[in-house]
Design a protein around this ligand. Structure first.
Ligand code: F6P
Length: 299
């Protein structure tokens, strides 16, 4: 059994970065423990006007407090915070982007949800996705799994009965596959996106969409295919966020041989203009993501 720490010791990551990765990964234990007591909505909205689940707030407060106390982090851009949280006295020089609990509408129905994290070297959380040092997510499904890249391939670990992340799969390569799923309601899709979905259906694509980006992506990482949250009528920037969601997941996709696009360009090359920068998202196997761009102009 190779543990997360043993795996990290084989990478060129510096010790404080390895410590930070482990610290974050093992917060999946208290976050998962908090599910039972945080099944309701918090009665508040986040910056995006979305109702916050109690667990959204719990996980956000918990991670900010643990990361602040670590002294390793200068900045945190969290989906649940209107502004960047800063720790100017920290000795460490890392910036975190995070969605503390992605897919939170599924908490009350006990479907898989996750925590998405990106780590940049330096003090600035608003960097291009391609400059991430680390991208990772913890997925709370039947197992708690950690998927991670430190910029040299993608690996997945499972939390075992001793509370240790043990290696499940190394050097994961995303196959070309047939799964597709799209957010937004069909009658609000724009013509280019409609063309693309018709193209997937004509190619015998298999529709799968759970309402949890991290869970849907984890499936695509294994079987191949595409997750889409498009621009829609009235919401031409889509729903998901470049900083907290698209970039860490896109970085993992690219490391596994896949790609991420907004329908016109590689999202990892886009400099965020603000923490809540929204974007249409197409992420998955390389060829199918490439086909989105031509379908936008008519398949
Ligand atoms: O960004 C949050 C999120 O919950 C994603 O995890 C998920 O894929 C999407 O929104 C679901 O949105 P909708 O309910 O509009 O399908």
């Amino acid at each position: 059994m190779k543990t997360l720490r043993q795996y990290l010791d084989e990478t060129p990551c510096e010790k404080p970065l390895k410590d930070l990765i482990e610290l974050i990964a093992y917060q999946s234990i208290p976050i998962r423990d908090a599910f039972i007591d945080n099944q309701t909505y918090a009665g508040t909205e986040n910056t995006y006007g979305e109702e916050q689940a109690a667990l959204d707030k719990w996980a956000d407060n918990h991670l900010i407090s643990v990361l602040g106390e670590s002294g390793l982090v200068q900045e945190i851009a969290s989906e649940e915070q209107a502004d960047i949280v800063r720790f100017p006295d920290a000795l460490g020089k890392y910036a975190i982007v995070m969605d503390p609990l992605d897919g939170s509408s599924l908490i009350q129905v006990n479907l898989a949800v996750g925590t998405i994290i990106g780590i940049f070297r330096g003090k600035n959380a608003l960097q291009k996705g391609e400059d991430l040092a680390v991208a990772m997510y913890m997925l709370y499904g039947p197992m708690t799994v950690l998927t991670i890249t430190t910029g040299d391939g993608v690996s997945t670990f499972a939390l075992n009965s001793k509370g240790i992340f043990a290696l499940l799969k190394e050097n994961i390569q995303m196959p070309e596959g047939k799964i597709f799923g799209s957010g937004g309601t069909r009658n609000e899709w724009l013509p280019g996106h409609q063309n693309f979905i018709t193209h997937c259906e004509q190619k015998d694509g298999k529709l799968r969409y759970s309402g949890s980006f991290v869970a849907d992506f984890h499936q695509i990482l294994t079987y191949g295919g595409i997750y889409c949250y498009p621009a829609t009528q009235g919401k031409t920037d889509g729903k998901l966020r470049l900083v907290f969601e698209a970039n860490p997941i896109g970085f993992i996709a690219k490391q596994a041989g896949g790609a991420i696009s907004d329908g016109t360009r590689d999202l990892l090359t886009v400099v965020p203009n603000k923490p809540d920068h929204r974007t249409p998202i197409y992420v998955g196997s390389k060829k199918i993501v490439e086909s989105v761009e031509s379908c936008m102009r008519g398949c």
